[in-house]
Write a protein that binds this ligand. Sequence first.
Ligand code: SAH
Ligand code: SF4
Length: 394
Amino acid sequence: MTAPTLGPTDAPITQDVLTLPRKLPEGGPVNLVGLTRDQLRDALIAAGTPERQAKMRVGQVWQWIYHWGVRDFGAMTNLAKDYRALLAAHFAIDLPEVVTRQVSADGTRKYLLRIAGGHEVETVYIPEEGRGTLCISSQVGCTLTCSFCHTGTQKLVRNLTAGEIVGQVMLARDDLGEWPVPGAPKDETRLISNVVLMGMGEPLYNFENVRDAMKVVMDGEGLSLSRRRITLSTSGVVPEIARTAGEIGCLLAVSFHGTTDEIRDRLVPINKRWNIEALLNALREYPRLSNSERITFEYVMLKGVNDSDADARRLVKLIAGIPAKINLIPFNEWPGAPYQRSDWDRIEAFADIVYKAGYASPIRTPRGEDIMAACGQLKSATERARREKVALNP
Ligand code: SAH
Ligand code: SF4
């Protein structure tokens, strides 16, 4: 992209800026993407930036990377040439590699990304009227084994780094052409208006990286997404729920799916560790701690398993007193899945009981099913490719 001019070029760089770094790790340039402001400051100082300039440099570099989407230090035109060269010598602005990009008949886009080590994760963009949601992954695979989830059949390979999490948002902005154009009037409608941590992995088992990544995404001088436009979905990692409120403050969704411990043990096995009662106790505290809005209870509709009227009534009784909305998710099938989607009239009858009890009960429209991009269908393609042929729309 063309580099915007952001003001007068700084005074020529002094020699002390070029002091050799003492603290930067050896072995190639350090990726700046995903560093918190404090980490970026430390890195710039370690590369020779004088401490007294560090705050200003952090602000400048940050804005180039996260506001303008610039990837080339040479294009950071409000920095002196020597300083740009210094940055280029020590740092990189690296994003995961896009391996394939598929577009569904309904406009949903799915990106298969390759990250360090050759691992793969998926990111999904769901366009809606006047807004759009980006569904990002936090782990390669998942340690949990929810019996209705495709990702759960893939073992955990590793946690994503904060840079790999932020990188998903930046790549989607690249693909959607959503970086601001210098001088152009500000467009208030955002293609990526919301981010949900509902892709591969359990975000609360990768807490620090998810937190740091969300801090970058929420930072007002960059990607600038408000904390109320970010929803983190957890299967119920109870000890981390209060931390999510305190350290991230985004909205919370919880994969509830069962109204008795017996059935939830089977569907969401983490329930054996933290049961429904323990989970609900943690959730009652959440809105108070984070000053957030309602909690979303996700409830996958599995035919003959958890979709009866009695289930609906038990559900509203259990969550009494918690500011909540119930998101009913028609089960999305995947090859070899041991469940079927509930019939439509069953889903509607369930929604009706919940609604009459005073809770919003939207039914989530499955999106991107034709490209296996719907909830719970994500899985690294290298594994899936053994069984399927992936259609590719470059
Ligand atoms: N690990 C987190 C976030 C990723 S899953 C969690 O479990 O909450 C995002 C949502 O999709 C969860 O509510 C999950 O239960 C749901 N899901 C998983 N597999 C699904 C499937 N096959 N059909 C519909 N929803 C599914
Ligand atoms: Fe993991 Fe969430 Fe899938 Fe459960 S539903 S296996 S926690 S990704």
